[in-house]
Design a protein around this ligand. Structure first.
Ligand code: NAD
Length: 506
């Protein structure tokens, strides 16, 4: 077994359920195998959470909520600060595990753990800044203000492609808000979830904190459905594909619960004839092939002005020939494997559809059969924006090129998809840049100028519009979704005036 797995306490068989400090070991439970996409081999197995264990996790979470909500927010922040310190200690082995189990290159694995550390730091500061507003009452001798109270256990469902960072965006913010959390990670990356849970469990134990502030369950869609249908969980934050979000959104809405939905993107960069092309090309390549095109913010469409179209196309084709594809833990590798065989097949199907709809595959798309694991060559295609396949997010490194003449046409193509996550324009022309950022420009939750679509910072609110789900996580005031707002009015006078001047004498 690899050293980094040992350092993280990963064994051949792992308990996949934790009520906080305690991992429930149930040899009778069905198992999930974790495979590495690096060579397709088995890493270890994980016991799935049973229905009885799920009940224990919920019970622990509800009990812990009673204590945690009574802990002052800055003290909750202190615990999150210690989690951040612990993550710093484990940054290397955890970054390696992310790389080994998910397939992103080690640099990006480290980056993901750094995001966890950053959000801990952010949450510590936030723990003293859960501000409510005060308002002037229309009634004399009255005071009005609002306060934010903890919500309860928060269910977190996460995707395989960010197996640790997305959890921390939710969990660390929820924790300072006074909520407890129950996490169901992706069945494709169960070891990452267990490793993070163990790190957090150390901090809980050192501080003698109750079970259940941070709970973990392991399983597939069915396990996730236990949470979405569970009235004891007031908020479900779900990250994943659009079909998953539709199912989660409907299940939680049916019981009038709250959701934060962070779903698929179909992100585009507009490249103007006024762009700095050197910078543009670098941003495009990182956005399109980074994480082998498996980021929700990956660049999927390039909308290029006709004057620079040929140059951009030719230069990208040249660069795509020399991209190093291989073992994500090898420092020379730029593109690792796709997560599994299905992802490779989906990419092949998408490329076939491009041709059927009249587009062309300019380069790439080959499956690297000579390598063990799920390796493909990133592809570039010439298409039209309205093609059915271009309207979909294919979670693989396929870059679609689309030509435009006018900025209005470019923005039309840009917004002419059902998703609305991340977007950008490369231009040195201030009118074009400002138009893109205005209300008649990009319709996405994230809109950048001279920066690519992927690689967001934790300080801003992260999320997207339309079928991307409308949720916001991480920085800015995204914390408000994890609390309940209460408006308070206090009458300090000796009369009882009614609002709107209503007279009601009894
Ligand atoms: P997925 O939808 O297959 O699974 C995501 C998670 O949802 C898994 O844990 C899965 O078990 C669970 N799940 C699936 N159906 C469910 C249901 N009906 N009820 C409850 N839980 C259910 O997604 P994936 O393949 O793991 O991840 C890739 C997708 O995630 C892409 O579409 C990507 O764009 C999206 N994503 C979005 C963001 C964002 O912030 N917007 C971030 C990362 C990934």
């Amino acid at each position: 077994m690899k050293d980094f797995l040992k350092q993280l306490g990963i064994k051949n068989e792992n308990a996949g359920t934790s009520t906080g400090q305690t991992f429930l070991q149930n040899d009778e439970a069905p198992e999930i195998m974790s495979y590495t996409p690096v060579d397709g081999s088995e890493i270890a197995s994980v016991f799935e959470t049973t229905k009885d264990e799920y009940e224990e996790v919920i019970k622990a979470s509800l009990q812990a909520f009673d204590t945690w909500k009574m802990t002052p927010a800055p003290q909750r922040g202190e615990i999150v600060r210690q989690i951040g310190l612990k993550l710093r200690e484990y940054k290397e082995p955890l970054g390696k595990l992310v790389s080994y189990e998910m397939g992103k290159i080690y640099q990006e694995g480290l980056g993901e753990v750094q995001e966890m550390i950053d959000i801990c730091d952010f949450a510590v500061g936030l723990s003293r800044q859960l501000y409510g507003l005060t308002m002037h009452s229309e009634r004399p001798r009255h005071r009005m203000y609002e306060q934010w109270h903890p919500l309860g256990p928060v269910g977190i469902i996460s995707a395989f492609n960010f197996p640790v960072a997305v959890y921390s965006w939710n969990a660390m913010i929820a924790a300072v808000c006074g909520d407890t959390v129950i996490w169901k990670g992706s069945e494709k990356t169960p070891l990452c979830a267990i490793a993070v849970q163990k790190i957090i469990a150390e901090v809980l134990k050192e501080n003698d904190l109750p079970e259940g502030i941070f709970g973990l369950i392991t399983g597939t869609r069915d396990t996730g459905e236990w949470m979405t249908g569970d009235e004891r969980i007031p908020l479900i934050s779900a990250t994943g594909s659009i079909p998953m979000g539709r199912a989660v959104g409907q299940a939680v809405a049916a019981r009038l619960g709250k959701t934060i939905l962070e779903l698929g993107g179909n992100n585009a960069i507009i490249i103007s004839k006024h762009a700095d092309l050197e910078m543009t090309i670098r941003a495009v390549v990182f956005g399109a092939v980074g994480t082998a095109g498996q980021r929700c913010t990956s660049t999927r469409r390039l909308i290029i002005h006709e004057d620079v179209y040929d140059e951009i196309r030719d230069r990208l084709e040249g660069i795509y020939q020399s991209i190093n594809i291989g073992d994500p833990l090898d420092p020379d590798t730029l593109v690792g494997p796709l997560i599994d065989k299905d992802a490779v097949e989906n990419m092949q199907t998408a490329l076939k559809k491009v041709k059927e709809e009249g587009g062309s595959v300019l380069c790439g798309g080959d499956v690297l059969e000579n390598m063990e694991g799920h390796y493909v060559k990133p592809a570039i295609c010439e298409v039209e924006n309205h093609y059915e396949i271009v309207q979909h997010e294919t979670f693989a490194p396929i870059l679609y090129l689309i030509k435009y003449k006018t900025m209005d046409e470019a923005i039309g193509y840009h917004n002419g998809v059902r998703q609305g996550l991340s977007s950008s324009i490369f231009t040195l022309n201030i009118r074009e840049a400002e138009k893109f950022l205005s209300h008649i420009g990009s319709d996405c939750g994230i809109a950048n100028v001279n920066i690519g679509t992927s690689g967001a910072e934790i300080g801003g609110a992260f999320g997207g519009e339309k079928e991307t789900g409308g949720g916001r996580e991480s920085g800015s005031d995204a914390w408000k979704a994890y609390m309940r707002r209460q408006t308070n009015t206090i009458n300090w006078g000796d009369e009882l005036p009614l609002a709107q001047g209503i007279e009601f004498d009894v």
